[in-house]
Design a protein around this ligand. Structure first.
Ligand SMILES: Cc1cc2nc3c(=O)[nH]c(=O)nc-3n(C[C@H](O)[C@H](O)[C@H](O)COP(=O)(O)O)c2cc1C
Length: 207
């Protein structure tokens, strides 16, 4: 398949318009099953080391589970507040949308338990493959005008226990998904002055 300049431009627009979405932006509108399926389909279309497809997606709508994950977040975020106590702005940041988002998705890495092509030297490639799936989901969500937020301020083992996950599984991402009232034009952390944007020339080296 050959893509046109318009397609290329559109892809870049989607990449640049993707945002991390947090609780203050989610609205309660239901996410249609067929759209959720498209997002998951984008996930499983990602590249993976040795075609191992080492991912599992746990779709969570159960309010009790969400409540417990939120408590987990609050506990961990209290520790983070202590770490960032000299940065007053940290306490004001909304860093999750667990309850506000109608759907949560835990994305797990399931180690293969045997040798994987491409993982014989660099051992983290399985986890990185799952991250590729997550980015695909993030972009597909944005293309559907659905917001997605990644929450990582969590006690991983407690999340896995809550989800009754296989004992070898690892939590790669806890995602919050739903329609939004708006998408910000740039990273909220940039707008709020937490971090500056790095320019291309700062991060690219030509040898
Ligand atoms: C691996 C990873 C973990 C993240 N964890 C969190 C998190 O716990 N809470 C949060 O509010 N945002 C989290 N984010 C979102 C980032 O803060 C966000 O991507 C970044 O500020 C850039 O903003 P943008 O995604 O809107 O462009 C995470 C993003 C990544 C890639």
């Amino acid at each position: 398949m050959i893509f046109s300049d318009n397609d290329t431009q559109k892809l870049l627009e989607i990449i640049k318009a993707r945002r991390d979405v947090r609780g203050n932006r989610f609205i309660s509108t239901k996410v249609e099953d067929e759209k959720l399926e498209l997002i998951l389909e984008a996930g499983i279309s990602a590249p993976s080391v040795g075609y191992s497809q080492p991912w599992k997606f746990v779709v969570i709508k159960d309010e009790n589970i969400k409540e417990n994950i939120l408590k987990n977040f609050e506990n961990e975020n209290n520790k983070a507040k202590e770490i960032f106590k000299d940065k007053e702005i940290y306490t004001k940041l909304k860093l999750e949308g667990i309850k506000e988002a109608p759907i949560n998705i835990a994305v797990l890495y399931e180690p293969q338990g045997k040798h994987v092509l491409g993982m014989t030297s660099m051992k983290k490639m399985g986890e990185y493959s799952v991250v590729c799936a997550i980015q695909n989901m993030w972009l597909m969500s944005r293309a559907l005008n659905i917001g997605l937020g990644w929450v990582s301020i969590l006690d991983e083992q407690k999340v896995l226990k809550e989800l009754k996950a296989d004992e070898n599984s690892q939590l790669i991402a806890y995602l919050c998904l739903g329609y939004v009232d708006k998408f910000y034009q740039e990273s909220e952390l940039k707008t709020l002055g937490w971090k500056e944007e790095k320019k291309l020339k700062e991060v690219v080296e030509y040898l």
